[in-house]
Design a protein around this ligand. Structure first.
Ligand code: ZN
Length: 326
């Protein structure tokens, strides 16, 4: 988000787009996972063609130095992000749609203690407060930004609260433009605050999605991952996720965009983390290789195309993406 002082509320019912609503289910993923990614281009897999330039609990030095980013900023890897479709990451209820971020904000409640938030959406929303949504439903599209503050992108949060007294409720502890009882909230949290954003109630969105994609912990037989268009070079093959007991590299594999692999297991970092750079992202997939070999690969790769003021990476690219059939 930005710290634009504008405080406007929008009556979303008046801006709902019948066109988007009609197309709602077209891009939904098959019901093989409970959670999916929040953004995609039409006719491509969700997440393909995107990178997170400012990850969760990283410092966004060029836009808001001195503050931790409370969510993930998703940008197209090439071309304009404006117009990209925004998907509900899981089933839930739209509990908020409106404000000016710039662009609208939609918040979906998935559980009493889990909300997803989508910011900088075009004014023609297809979701409105009170509506039930399914995973993959189109909530809207990324706003074409003309304010000059930042390029078009999606600001995406996973968090435990809609409003919380000292964050965006009755008594915000820090000067947030959103004001009192404003569900979108600040989008940032001071680095010198006593608590990490995780302790306040924000969660690592990538970890939330990956950990909850398969509630029973087992991937279905047809689950696959695909090499994303952000991937280059080779990926290391590991006997176990890096950091696990006895983990060792057992080879590598050429990353060829579009190649698919059976997905056998997922290993993701905790939703509550204490990390403060993109190095805190942990997402590994166990995949089946052509010769019946099995190996673990790192899906979320920290990138230094953006860095905090300490030089550590703020960006994350995804070499492998879920490729569940539509
Ligand atoms: Zn953001």
């Amino acid at each position: 988000m930005n710290r634009n002082p504008t405080r406007r509320a929008f009556l979303v019912g008046a801006t709902a787009s019948p066109l988007l609503a009609r197309n709602r289910r077209v891009h939904a993923q098959q019901d093989t996972s409970a959670f999916g990614l929040p953004i995609g281009f039409p006719d491509r897999l969700p997440g393909d063609g995107f990178i997170v330039r400012h990850g969760y609990a990283t410092e966004n030095t060029w836009f808001n130095p001195g503050w931790f980013h409370a969510g993930e900023d998703w940008y197209a890897t090439s071309g304009d992000t404006a117009g990209a479709l925004i998907y509900a990451v899981a089933d839930g209820d739209v509990v908020f749609a409106g404000w000016e971020y710039p662009g609208l904000v939609v918040i979906v409640r998935h559980a009493d203690d889990l909300y997803s938030m989508y910011g900088h959406l075009d004014y023609a929303l297809s979701g409105e407060a009170g509506e039930r949504v399914k995973r993959g439903d189109v909530l809207g599209a990324v706003l074409a930004r003309t304010d000059g503050l930042a390029p078009s992108h999606l600001h995406f949060e996973a968090r435990t609260f809609l409003t919380k007294t000292d964050v965006n409720g009755d008594a915000p502890r820090y000067g947030v433009t959103c004001g009192f009882q404003c569900p979108p909230g600040p989008g940032y949290w001071p680095i010198d605050a006593p608590e990490h954003p995780s302790e306040v109630g924000w969660r690592n969105p990538t970890h939330v999605i990956a950990r909850r994609a398969f509630p029973n912990g087992e991937t279905p037989d047809e689950a696959e991952v695909v090499v994303s268009d952000a991937a280059t070079g080779t990926a290391e093959l590991w006997s176990a996720p890096d950091g696990a007991d006895g983990a060792r590299q057992i080879g590598d594999v050429d990353l060829i965009v579009g190649d698919r692999y059976r997905l056998l297991a997922v290993d993701a970092g905790r939703e509550v983390t204490t990390e403060t750079s993109a190095e805190g992202y942990r997402l590994w997939y166990r995949i089946a290789l052509a010769d019946s070999e099995r190996a673990w690969v790192r899906a979320a790769v920290p990138s230094t195309i953006e860095t905090g003021s300490d030089g550590r990476p703020s960006a994350v690219r995804f070499d492998f993406l879920p490729a569940f059939p539509v």
